[in-house]
Design a protein around this ligand. Structure first.
Ligand SMILES: [Mg+2]
Length: 291
């Protein structure tokens, strides 16, 4: 589709603005493009997309960049938008098109401003069910778990969650009951983090909502992860990979998932291994056998 131009040859500001913020539910041009890719990689970051040898990470990232028209990229992570903007701006990690951030409590798209700077922008209406489920629970959660054994509050003010660093040796399990009584969910991951989330919100449900909104077929989506906060997306009925080095508790819970690829290669190498093994694309480079 050609762009309507003004006499000066510039796209009118209002149209450019509409492209950056397509109305909810619209079949905007970018969505059709994204939904028609050969497959979409929906990947966790730490230990997965960012895990493995540097050689395998470069192989995966360069292959994605060389096949952008065929491979869509969604980050599905516990990290927040500010972290992601810095990561992609300052390192060789490629920009995703979309983001499920904050352990599923953020649904966002990546936009680039006139200077080329990338921004992770929440997709307002797609997040309504999350903010409704959360309400204004932050202060109440922080008060109820203040000084709780084994939990240290993370200093960042997240929008729809409260997160703690978790010390399994000192932890008092009554925290799970305290959270449940408030009508919220608790999630321990990697034996390091304790997240308090809106009830029913996690990586998997938010990923499904985004895929449905974009019109991406689930069977053309590869979910990749390595710890228990990835369980809700790896348990979905779509192609999945638990990368090498995955948390044993995650693998145990996924034991009966026949369509899940349990990779030998660590982190990014495990993603490459799964793309080939599941037949999602004909040209992924092989991971380093030593990596
Ligand atoms: Mg991880």
């Amino acid at each position: 589709m050609t762009s309507p131009m003004t006499e000066t040859g510039k796209i009118p500001d209002a149209l450019a603005e509409a492209r950056r913020h397509p109305p909810a539910g619209s079949r905007a041009e970018e969505y059709v493009d994204f939904a028609s890719r050969r497959f979409v990689l929906a990947t966790d970051l730490d230990g997965t997309f960012l895990g493995g040898s540097e050689a395998d990470r470069r192989r995966l990232y360069e292959w994605i960049e060389a096949n952008r028209g065929e491979v869509g990229l969604i980050f599905v992570t516990g990290r927040d938008p500010q972290f992601l903007e810095k990561l992609c701006a300052e390192t060789f990690v490629p920009w995703p098109e979309y983001v499920i951030g904050d352990v599923g409590t953020t649904i966002a798209r990546v936009e680039f401003d006139e200077s080329g700077a990338g921004r992770v922008r929440p997709m307002g209406p797609l997040e309504d069910w999350i903010s409704e489920a959360w309400g204004d629970a932050g202060p109440k959660v922080r008060a109820a778990l203040d000084g709780h054994p084994g939990l240290t509050l993370q200093p960042t003010a997240f929008r729809h969650r409260v997160s703690y660093d978790y010390d399994p040796g000192a932890f008092d399990a009554s925290a799970h009951d305290i959270v449940a009584e408030m009508g919220l969910d608790s999630l321990v991951s990697d034996n390091r983090f304790f997240d308090v989330l809106p009830r029913g919100v996690s990586k998997g449900p938010s990923l499904l909502r985004l895929l449905a909104h974009l019109g991406v077929p689930e069977h053309k989506t590869l979910a990749a992860g390595d710890t228990l906060n990835d369980f809700s997306m790896l348990a979905l009925d779509l192609p999945g990979v638990a990368v090498g080095g995955a948390e044993s508790g995650l693998l145990e819970k996924l034991d009966d998932r026949a369509s899940l690829h349990k990779a030998q290669a660590i982190g990014a190498g495990g993603i490459l291994e799964a793309v080939a093994s599941l037949g999602l694309h004909p040209t992924p480079p092989a991971p380093d056998p030593a990596g």
